[in-house]
Design a protein around this ligand. Structure first.
Ligand code: SAM
Length: 267
């Protein structure tokens, strides 16, 4: 580690405090039966703790320069993969685990949201997510409708569970010290919480948030070229803006639109 040069472009801010690292394992409720996926192993400080707490760890790290450092860990229950997590098909990651896995990570800040979306929407095996993210992202993940932080990320998280901020972490705990403070956010992933296809739900929600100034009617018409009059016949107040709608209302809206799509097909 002596002559390692931290790469800002990979969001490399490492943790060293043992109490904090153990605290993250406790936050994630890791036990000896668990298989864990760690994204961004860095110099392996969290990886080592995860190996101690769990049955098995798969750690993915993009930076090949960290190979010698990570290979030194030498834990029997550790599988190291040197690749970009976003370029690995999620089904291939799922296949690395026997049953379910817990995702635990101090995430690289520049791709936090794509990673969250990837696992929530695509993984069939992730059972919980416990991640260190920058404070602003944590606030967006847990935000409720009507607040300034509420958006597509909040609705997507609420669709799959109930994210909670489990701890605040000062920027001083990282090396090098970043410009922002962080939080650990945890959520159990509940698939099938709502009776609607997750991808369809996501496409509708995403369209509704496309332009925050516009009503959901205008956003939906622009994105899907729906007939405005046909939409207005549905029992839904389309004059509202996306940030006013809770996850249950988005589900109702998506179901109504799914019905008109079905009717259209059967004509
Ligand atoms: N887990 C370590 C810790 O807590 O000290 C390091 C965390 S650091 C915030 C994020 C790590 O993710 C870095 O080691 C970085 O190289 C890695 N990383 C960045 N982008 C990645 C990607 N697309 N796929 C896999 N790892 C990535």
């Amino acid at each position: 580690m002596m002559d390692f040069v931290f790469k800002k472009r990979f969001g490399q801010n490492f943790l060293t405090d043992k109490n904090l690292l153990r605290g993250i394992c406790t936050d994630a409720q890791i036990c000896k039966d668990d298989e864990v996926l760690e994204i961004g192993a860095g110099a392996g400080a969290l990886t080592k703790e995860l190996c101690e707490f769990s049955k098995r760890v798969v750690a993915i790290e993009i930076d090949q320069d960290l190979k010698p450092v990570l290979e030194k860990i030498g834990a029997k229950n550790l599988t190291l993969i040197f690749d970009d997590v976003l370029k690995i098909e999620t089904v291939k990651i799922d296949d690395m685990f026997e049953k379910t896995f817990k995702l635990v990570a101090n995430l690289p800040y520049y791709i936090t949201s794509p990673i969250i979306f990837k696992f929530l929407r695509e993984s069939k095996k992730v059972s919980s997510i416990t991640i260190m993210v920058q404070k602003e992202v944590a606030q967006r993940m847990v935000a409720k409708s009507g607040s300034k932080d509420y958006g597509l990320l909040s609705v997507s998280c609420a669709f799959f569970g109930t994210p909670l901020i489990l701890r605040n972490v000062s920027r001083k705990m990282f090396c090098p010290i970043p410009d922002v403070d962080s939080c650990v956010v945890g959520m159990k992933v509940e698939r099938g919480k709502f009776d609607i296809d997750a991808d369809f739900f996501y496409s509708i929600t995403k369209a509704c948030f496309k332009s925050r100034r516009k009503t959901i009617l205008n956003n939906l018409v622009e994105e899907f070229k729906f007939n405005k009059n046909q939409l207005c016949l549905l029992p839904f107040d389309f004059t509202r803006r996306a940030e006013e709608l809770g996850v249950n209302e988005f589900v109702s809206l998506a179901k109504l639109i799914a019905n008109i799509n079905e009717e259209g097909k059967s004509k």
